[in-house]
Design a protein around this ligand. Structure first.
Ligand SMILES: Nc1ncnc2c1ncn2[C@@H]1O[C@H](COP(=O)(O)OP(=O)(O)OP(=O)(O)O)[C@@H](O)[C@H]1O
Length: 371
């Protein structure tokens, strides 16, 4: 179910123009992220979709129909909505929180609770948490309940207003992964508001960058926004290391992975260590590096190793490959397969060469060879 903003302006009674002539199409089944600094009109835009805020002029269309044709309470019941700090009812159990919308929609109590239990499982919460009150959950768990509650409407549209901003960065990453996993199963039309550009590029199929005054600055894929910001505002908003972060959207299959000398932990070394040796365990998974010139008495153990850098999956994003190379004590980024076994290594130099070639092609210097 697509959403379209057509020339939408919102002027609050005190004269504040929160959203100024917004034109934006949210594709069916995609995640569109509204991102921008505080006060740029993200929340106002989101709330005009479910009529919690009415536009001063222009139209918001849901599946081609002006939302003003729908009765607001019915419209809101049919659109999932998740807010910061989950907004759970404190005096209802987790299960009853999630069952709220099905109950409001006239489901019987048993059926609504059964559905709520399924949804808790779907968002990765153990069933026994259903009996608790929200105050007895961690922040991350509360957010999951908030997501489960929004999914209970079983609507094709989900509005999410800074749903993960109150939790710490590690929990937030987990919640983001979970949302992407759910989305790959459910294929909802999601409009997600955040002020965090990293979150925006991680989650969004498309990213709308808004500037203060409620004007759309740029609307495009995460890669476009990072690599081709339309102006200084977008460039500074997406940040200084946007070039590096843009590598998240380039796959590393063009980088030739080279063989690496390895040694097994738990076995003796076969001779003097001249070059860096990658230590692997019996399953072929990397454990760290043996420095050149090291001597090992008896069997190679973890205590003999320099800690390894980050690993990256073969063919995964270039950002991971470059990070693996830069964080490796040997200057060699370790490539692993889907089972975590060593495939080989790459250097930062190889990665930069691939990037330079791409840039030349993109600038139209050379046409790609057609076999
Ligand atoms: N009810 C209101 N009355 C008057 N002005 C409002 C009202 N709600 C929001 N505003 C103003 O409209 C502008 C946009 O607010 P909005 O909450 O949509 O922005 P936002 O991008 O979501 O901000 P934040 O990231 O800080 O939540 C701000 O200047 C805000 O102060």
């Amino acid at each position: 179910m697509g959403i379209e903003f057509r020339g939408v302006t919102k002027r609050y009674p005190d004269g504040t123009v929160a959203v100024d002539d917004l034109n934006l199409t949210v594709e069916d089944g995609s995640i569109t992220v509204l991102v921008g600094p505080s006060g740029c009109g993200k929340t106002t835009s989101l709330r005009m979709i479910n009529r919690m805020v009415e536009p001063t002029s222009g139209q918001v269309l849901l599946d081609g129909r002006d939302v003003r044709e729908s009765d607001p309470p019915a419209l809101r019941r049919g659109i999932g909505y998740v807010i910061q700090q989950a907004g759970l009812f404190p005096h209802r159990t987790v299960l009853d929180n999630v069952a709220t919308v099905p109950l409001l929609s006239g489901w019987g109590r048993r059926k609504a609770r059964a559905r709520a239990a399924e949804l808790l499982e779907l968002v990765g919460l153990p069933a026994e948490l259903g009996k608790r009150y929200p105050a007895r959950l961690s922040g991350g768990q509360q957010q999951r309940v908030g997501v489960a509650r929004a999914l209970a409407a079983d609507s094709p549209v989900l509005l999410m207003d800074e749903p993960f901003s109150a939790v710490d960065p590690v929990v937030r990453e987990g919640l983001q992964d979970e949302l992407l996993r759910l989305q790959s199963q459910l294929g909802k039309t999601i409009v997600f508001v955040t002020h965090d550009i990293d979150e925006a590029v991680r989650l969004g199929d498309r990213v709308a960058v808004l500037r203060v005054g409620g004007r759309l600055a740029q609307y495009g894929s995460p890669a476009e926004v990072l690599r081709q910001p339309v102006d200084d505002f977008v460039a500074s908003f997406v940040g200084r290391d946007r070039g590096y972060r843009g590598l998240s959207f380039v796959d590393s299959s063009g980088v030739a992975v080279e063989a690496v000398a390895t040694a097994r932990t738990g076995e003796p070394l076969s001779g003097p260590v001249v070059d860096w040796l990658l230590a692997v365990n019996a399953e072929g998974r990397p454990r760290g590096w043996v420095r050149p010139g090291s001597t090992v008495d008896g069997l190679l153990t973890e205590a003999d190793l320099a800690a390894g850098g980050s690993l990256y999956r073969q063919g995964g994003p270039l950002r991971g490959a470059l990070d693996a190379a830069l964080s490796s004590p040997a200057g060699l980024g370790v490539t692993v397969d889907d089972h975590g076994r060593v495939v080989g290594v790459v250097t930062a130099r190889q990665i930069l060469d691939v990037l330079e070639k791409r840039a030349e092609l993109e600038q139209g210097g050379f046409a790609p060879e057609v076999p």
